[in-house]
Design a protein around this ligand. Sequence first.
Ligand SMILES: Cc1ncc(COP(=O)(O)O)c(C=O)c1O
Ligand SMILES: [Zn+2]
Length: 440
Amino acid sequence: MENNKYYFICRNCGNKIEGFGQWFYDGQKCPACGGKWVDAKYTNDYLKLPDLINNRAGHPDSLFHYFDYLPLHDRNNIVTEGEGVIPVDRWKFLEEFALKYYGLDLTVLAYRNDKNPGTGTFKDVAAAVVASVLKENGIKEYCVASTGNIASAFAHYLALAGISLSVFIPDDALKANEAGVGCYGQRVFRVRGDYSLAKKLCAEFSKKHNINMSGGNIDPARVEAKKTQVFEWLRQLGYIPDVYIQALAGGTGPIAIHKGLEDIRHLKLFKKEPRYMLIQASGCNPMTMAWEQAKLEGFTEGWKNRFPILNHPETCIPTLANGNPQTYPILAQLVQSTGGEFLTFDENLHVSVARLISFESSVLIGPAAAIAVGGFFEALKTGAVRNGERVMINIGEGIQRAPELFEKMIFTTERVSSVDECLPSNRNNYREQLYHPFLP
Ligand SMILES: Cc1ncc(COP(=O)(O)O)c(C=O)c1O
Ligand SMILES: [Zn+2]
């Protein structure tokens, strides 16, 4: 197909690549240097974007509202269920908490990825674009290594497009993620090992059977999909938040946000890139460890390339269990240049976070999202947020990803056998106990 809508530029050597047709033909790498990180460029330079975010182009029904700035030619190839157009809620209870205990006057926003229709995670956005791109390029079979959520989302959207998928998950991946793949007839390989082994086996499988493999955190389809959240913030809020908080595994989120903002810098629609506050669970936090060490040493020469590799990390948040943080050099740069932070949140408190959030907002968040919200409390404690800032917390997943967590959230039950034991209740009486773990 004639391509004059977009092309890729190799980050490493500047070579121009025609687009996904050539990309897949060349084995998903730059034919000149073998580089795997490319940036999609759009020939129309985002000139239509101001209209799209001013709602003059109608209310969006999915992220394909931004079709002009997605690496796809034919609208007939779009695979969607309406993902990516999700609300930004204001969580005043967290604003009140920050004011009361830290004297900080903040705006706290929750980006409701749990409302995505496919699998209730922010991976739906990536999966919808990947499925559409694969469909457009006639690819019938695909493979991916995943800690869980990408697996479920890809399985769902590729099934919609009639594309077969093989998924490699680590041995500790949640049962619900395994079910979320297998139920569509997509193949699950649960490896006897961690996420690193899952990635290794997937790469070998891809090579052996000549099946395209997802390019991970810098895969251009995933980055282009997730970049659209920047457009949604501008459309819904009219500004870009000062602080962006997200649970961190490999960092596609911040990489994509940065790319989206760089793409549209010339339009002057925003003032400043957010300070990235990336949160790792205490059971698997190699990036925070690397960052803390770099801070201690005063960011000496080569600091971005020094990070620990945790083999078989033990964590109760398997979705975030990425022990070998190959993207750390990229993320370290983003965090440092924006004045952000890598923080660790005590994962043992994730159930308490989920309870508090459902109590105050009626939103049911998943375990990885609980780490992100926990990161907000951690940021308050460590002085990482500043007075007056508008803080966005990315609620990356809903509870349906983890029925185990849902069950652990039960806390008001009393066993009774006669009505005399049943006293009237007032839910407000639970508030103090729910906030207790987060008090300074
Ligand atoms: C809900 C949720 N939050 C955060 C992450 C981490 O995403 P990222 O690849 O941007 O680090 C994931 C995926 O691994 C996730 O599913
Ligand atoms: Zn190159």
